[in-house]
Design a protein around this ligand. Structure first.
Ligand SMILES: Cc1cc2nc3c(=O)[nH]c(=O)nc-3n(C[C@H](O)[C@H](O)[C@H](O)COP(=O)(O)OP(=O)(O)OC[C@H]3O[C@@H](n4cnc5c(N)ncnc54)[C@H](O)[C@@H]3O)c2cc1C
Ligand code: SF4
Length: 570
């Protein structure tokens, strides 16, 4: 039997970056918030024994259990989608902090071009530059509108970085200086400068120095321990909702976090939400939590799934192109990178999740696309994450994958290989989308989300172009063997790529083509706000969290306005 609880002003579903930022801003404004989180509570002290690669990086200690809930995947509409049973391409967060506890901390802003991509592309290259089937659209907000919120996010997290002249204007420098430039990063810097580029240290949420943020939260500097991506940080040096926004919200006494609370439905009366239904996954008790405002911050996949199973908003139909929930799902393009094997050994067993350099020349529209068969671009970058022993037995092509030859070669090249990597933008296509699977359900009998996604000609052309840039950089760095990935196979969800999923509940200024306005308020349900990268109408070449963090600050401002005045905010 479902237990009905007393009504609260705001219920937030999911306590990651998006939910944590909104909780912190609302509670600081004196608003009472209940945060429902399907996983357990986490603290920095949980990470004291964290340097266990097998447990955390290989067996996914901090990620959701896929046997209870997953998604189904197919490349194209004429394939049957099958459930993702083991982790690969992306790693879903669970527990307070969400994926913000085991992320790397690479914290970029998107370009001014990104927010007005459709208009700027047509203005510069004509409307025929956008091929049929690419559902490109502006975001309903400009970079300049969002800049103050980027600034707030960076100050809260203490982002370490340096200004880049080809990127959007900044109102303030980064709050902390860039991370240390290691010898291999100096090699990348020297080679790219020689080739005429302007390398810069990538912005990092791994603190380069001790820092106290405007909320009074003090954190220590990064130790370059190499156990960053897929791990929590025992020093609190990596910005994580658990060490930044959630303690601020909890200190107000206005936030009640209920862990082990899995929301299965948004309850509504017509087009106004009345609250949410949730289940304790351990005891199986069911609850109804009435609320004046419902905030979904349960990541791209669950934001989309919860709206679809709750019949809120119009589901996207790929045949007609009508409807908005599930539309414009995008991933990222990582083809075109070059691996280099060297004679020398480097100290690359040390490192950090966001310790790297990148060149800005091939991002966005920073280069002429007139004679190219694609738009947008990629970050060409080199990172030093720290080579943990299990995952880093990289050998040149043609080496046997087992036995004596593999062992000898992997020892020869241990800490002697480097990668000039590509992270490319992903454009929205009518045939790439999210909907409900007709065959498979989760542990509560709710349909699984189905992903239909494949790379397109645009992605293949981008890959070929970038491959021509990364090879010469690696050669200039002095590798004795180089291997460049020139082509792009259909997306295979078994190897890890990144957790940069976007779209499904996209923002815009037209209710016919977007699900939420710039405050992430639903056009079809004014008291529902949907925060996270689900709002991105396309995916840039940059990692998403800086942008979803900035949008969460803007959304919090909108929720506070809405609670005072009601109605649509735009
Ligand atoms: C290994 C890894 C490395 C990454 N590195 C970077 C990086 O360097 N830079 C970058 O920008 N991004 C990076 N990311 C991505 C980044 O972590 C995400 O963009 C960001 O954490 C998303 O924040 P969010 O609040 O939208 O979602 P999440 O962090 O996923 O939080 C959502 C929360 O909602 C909860 N939830 C979901 N469904 C329900 C439900 N039904 N009921 C209740 N609770 C629910 C989840 O348990 C989770 O805690 C990385 C991700 C991973 C996994
Ligand atoms: S590399 Fe730095 S930020 Fe990352 S976990 Fe180690 S100390 Fe923390």
């Amino acid at each position: 039997m479902t237990k009905k609880l007393p009504k609260v002003p705001v219920v937030i579903v999911g306590m990651g970056w998006a939910g944590g930022i909104i909780a912190s801003e609302l509670t600081k404004a004196g608003i009472k918030v209940v945060g429902l989180e399907r996983g357990k509570a986490r603290k920095t002290s949980d990470y004291y024994m964290v340097h266990d690669e097998l447990r955390y990086a290989q067996r996914y200690e901090m990620m959701k259990d896929l046997s209870k809930e997953t998604l189904t995947f197919r490349n194209t509409e004429n394939m049957r989608a099958l459930p993702m049973r083991t982790y690969g391409t992306f790693l879903d967060g669970i527990g307070t902090g969400g994926a913000g506890s085991h992320w790397n901390g690479q914290t970029y802003r998107f370009l001014p071009y990104d927010f007005e991509i459709a208009t700027k592309t047509k203005e510069k290259y004509g409307k025929n530059k956008i091929p049929d089937g690419m559902d490109l659209q502006d975001w309903g907000i400009t970079y300049d509108d969002l800049e103050p919120y980027y600034d707030t996010f960076e100050k809260m997290a203490g982002i370490s970085g340096e200004e880049v002249s080809l990127y959007g204007k900044r109102s303030n420098p980064y709050p902390t200086k860039p991370m240390l430039k290691t010898p291999v990063l100096e090699m990348f810097e020297k080679a790219t400068k020689k080739l005429g580029y302007s390398p810069y240290m990538t912005p990092s949420a791994n603190l380069s120095e001790n820092y106290t943020n405007p909320d009074g939260i003090a954190r220590g500097a990064c130790q370059y321990c190499a156990f960053c991506e897929r791990f929590g940080c025992e020093y609190g040096a990596k910005a994580d909702p658990v060490v930044t926004v959630l303690p601020v919200a909890e200190k107000t006494g206005k936030l009640e976090v209920r862990t082990y609370s899995n929301v299965t439905k948004i309850l509504h009366d017509g087009n106004k939400a009345t609250g949410v239904h949730y289940v304790n996954p351990v005891t199986r008790e069911e609850f109804e939590q009435p609320a004046d405002v419902v905030v979904l911050s349960s990541y791209v996949f669950n934001n989309t799934k919860l709206l679809l199973v709750s019949n809120l908003g119009k589901p996207y139909d790929s045949k007609t192109g009508q409807g908005v929930i599930g539309k414009n799902y995008c991933y990222q393009i990582t083809g075109g990178s070059t691996l280099g094997f060297f004679k020398d050994k480097f100290n690359i067993y040390a490192g950090a999740g966001a310790l790297g350099m990148e060149i800005p020349e091939f991002t966005g529209d920073n280069f002429d696309h007139s004679d190219l068969d694609f738009i947008h671009g990629a970050g060409i970058r080199m990172f030093q994450y720290g080579n943990r022993p299990i995952a880093n037995n990289v050998v040149p092509e043609g080496t046997k994958a087992w036995g004596k030859e593999f062992k000898q070669t992997s020892i020869k090249y241990a800490n002697s290989w480097l990668k000039v990597a590509v992270q490319g933008a992903s454009m929205p296509w009518r045939t790439n989308y999210l909907d409900l699977d007709p065959n498979y359900t989760d542990e509560y009998g709710v349909p699984l989300l189905r992903m239909t996604y494949d790379y397109t000609n645009q992605d293949r052309k981008l890959t070929e172009f970038m491959a021509k840039k990364t090879g010469p950089i690696m050669k200039e760095m002095g590798a004795e063997i180089t291997e460049t990935q020139n082509n792009l196979e259909p997306l295979d969800i078994s190897p890890y790529i990144n957790t940069h999923n976007t779209g499904g509940v996209i923002m815009g200024d037209d209710p016919n083509t977007s699900a939420v306005n710039k405050y992430l308020q639903m056009w079809d349900a004014e008291n529902v706000f949907v925060a996270g990268a689900s709002a991105f109408p396309h995916n840039s070449s940059f990692n998403p969290t800086g942008t979803l963090g900035a949008l969460s600050y803007l959304s919090a401002e909108g929720i506070i306005k809405y609670m005072k005045n009601g109605g649509s905010l735009v």
